[in-house]
Design a protein around this ligand. Sequence first.
Ligand code: ZN
Length: 404
Amino acid sequence: MIDHRRLGRELDLFVSDPLAGAGLPIWLPAGAAARHAVEEYVRELERRSGHQHVYSPPLGKRELFELSGHLGYFADDMFPPLRLSADDEFVLRPALCPHHALVFRARGRSYRELPLRIAELGGMYRSERSGVLGGLSRVRAISLNDAHIFCAPEQVGAEVAEILGLIRAAHAALGVRPAGFRLSLRGPGEKYVGDDAQWARAEVLLRGALAGVEYVEAAGEAAFYGPKIDIQIVDAAGRESTISTIQVDFDKPERFDLSYTDSDGSRRRPVMLHRSLVGSMERLFAYLIEAHEGAFPAWYAPVQLVVLPVDDGQAGAAADLARRAVDAGLRVEVDAAGSLGARVRDAARRRVPYLGVLGAREAAAGALALRLRDGRALAPMPADAALALIGGQVATRSADLLPG
Ligand SMILES: [Zn+2]
């Protein structure tokens, strides 16, 4: 069976070392290169759609998480506070929302700034029990693609529709095939904040955004502060989890006393939307490794091109070609050790999308013979044309290795 933990080892993407701790994987250079490409893409998508990026620390004072409600309603999922002295305790944050509420509050806000879209790919922590941890799919240190959108109540519907469009675009680029949409609602019990009217309003807004979309309802799966739209994936072992989410929150703006000046000069309270386009980098890659069986689209493949000189006579030409590929923004390696057949097999095993074979004839002519990881071989072409071909597929984030 396909298992991202086995592929992660074979492809040198990440390592889980018991000395570092369960649920605390380390991204190796190949995994980090792929993740970096995905992070760049997500930031660019967010920047183009009016998000502003911030950085905030992964821990904060205990009082911040008392105010946010996390210590009251979410403490079971958090690490115990870190005590520096009797009146100085810090918490490893379980979510980014409290810090982003402080971003909104950093100065007075006007209706002209809304919707204010604050995004961060930030660290957070959950005290998952060791029995449920595995590879990248359930971890204790989480890097979340997150944003909080502060908007007027009448802007919520359009914002949610916009976010659904961004989620679809990100899924298409990455090769995510969702298993379904879920409307996550309150269940019985005391673990929810806010009054019934707030919950009902939020639910109406989300149901409106889902008009025309097939979805299931799940009682008991809401956040403690509001209902949410969850987009679900299923892994190779058949386990379902959430990859993308949109949540409506009337509670935190009250707790943090957030307000803006409306056009008539009155103070109004914004609504806070929590949303993640692609979830955490850990869970996303657990899914992508399995969905692509390690053969990522070229734009986020750890190494995009391996140059294979046929013998020592082409060493200089191979180094020169590799430098030009690096200058063109590609991730490239030269592999000169061992038989050509063994090197071709090794590049295929590592799922490198493009192999550039450089024999004496190609080197003399400034040409390159491209082979693709699926076995297709192209006739030798000028090396510049080969680099342009690869660069074009990468720049357009194509799922295919050749132009259509
Ligand atoms: Zn949040």
